[in-house]
Design a protein around this ligand. Structure first.
Ligand code: NAD
Length: 284
């Protein structure tokens, strides 16, 4: 039996259509268009590509965008000053600080400078804390997108065993908290976990976010499990590959591909967060 392919492009298109409809209704009511401001420091080619894709999604749903650029040599305080000016700008609904930042810039200081109400990446300590406490707030886009994928494919979460491989602040920890919030029994694995294969085999829901090509072997997957592959790794031939061996499709009940699984959802959730931030600021 072959797993159901979790089609991130299709689900993302649905999320973007919902966001577009909400914005359309606000515009009809005479409310301003949401506005996403991106902060770019230096000229990282991957960042340029991400920001271009985000701009394209924003245009599709009716979100205005602007890019604020600083040179590669920018200091922490210059980046913080720019962020603070965007915090004060009444036109701006959401602020996206594109990472990676150059090494001399303190990422934590910049993330903490973003107004939590405009923190559409969901990285600010206040929003991370709200997630931990089960309070409502802006949630990081990739973890929110993973839950959306599971819901779209009607994967049961409550009472199920969920295993998250990876404990980063941007993916592993927040997705574990979201699964816990939905009443899964959650185990978080990481690079020091000793019996990874065994733990993975217990998972009804397996989220692979280690950034290690093919780490999760097909025989680590419980038959019928929902496997969400977050990893984006470069194969030797230059193509992209996930953390999960594609042969897992013979065992899993659902499997998200790389590319075309989680990635499109991450971008769509950014648009949903921007719309939500604007709705919270100006309820209408
Ligand atoms: P990270 O490097 O910050 O964290 C990786 C985590 O995996 C760490 O907690 C580490 O302990 C764990 N890990 C590493 N090797 C391991 C091993 N052999 N066994 C068990 N655990 C191991 O990475 P991240 O930012 O969380 O991203 C993870 C992956 O997801 C990367 O490939 C990244 O490119 C990808 N990603 C994709 C999207 C998307 O939208 N598709 C978004 C964010 C991240």
């Amino acid at each position: 039996m072959s797993a159901i392919r979790v089609d991130g492009e299709r689900v993302a298109t649905g999320v973007l259509a919902e966001v577009a409809a909400r914005i359309e209704a606000r515009l009809r009511a005479g409310l301003p268009r949401p506005h996403l401001a991106a902060v770019l420091v230096g000229h990282d080619p991957a960042s340029e590509t991400y920001v271009r894709l985000k701009r394209r999604d924003a245009e599709r749903v009716g979100i205005a965008t602007s890019d604020r650029r600083l040179p590669e040599s920018a200091t922490t305080s210059e980046v913080v000053d720019l962020v603070e000016s965007l915090n004060r700008d009444p036109e701006v609904s959401g602020i996206l600080v594109q990472q990676p930042l150059p090494p001399q810039v303190e990422v934590e200081a910049v993330v903490a400078a973003v107004d939590p109400a405009k923190d559409v990446d969901g990285f600010h300590p206040l929003n991370a804390g709200r997630l931990l406490l089960g309070q409502s707030g802006l949630v990081a886009c990739t973890p929110a997108g993973i839950i959306r994928l599971l819901d779209e494919y009607r994967v049961p979460i409550a009472g199920r065993r969920a295993v998250v491989v990876g404990r980063s602040n941007v993916v592993g920890k927040p997705v574990a908290l979201l699964l816990l919030r939905r009443d899964a029994t959650v185990t978080v694995c990481h690079s020091k976990t000793t019996n990874l294969a065994e733990v993975c085999r217990e998972a009804d829901i397996l989220v692979a976010a280690a950034g290690r090509l093919g780490l999760i072997r097909a025989d680590w997957v419980k038959p019928g499990a929902a496997v969400i592959d977050v990893g984006v790794n470069r194969r030797e031939d230059g193509r992209l590959g996930g953390d999960v061996d594609p042969a897992a499709a013979e065992v899993a009940g659902w499997l998200s591909p790389v590319p075309g699984g989680v990635g499109p959802l991450t971008r769509a959730m950014l648009m949903a967060n921007t719309c939500r931030a604007e709705e919270a600021r100006r309820p209408g």
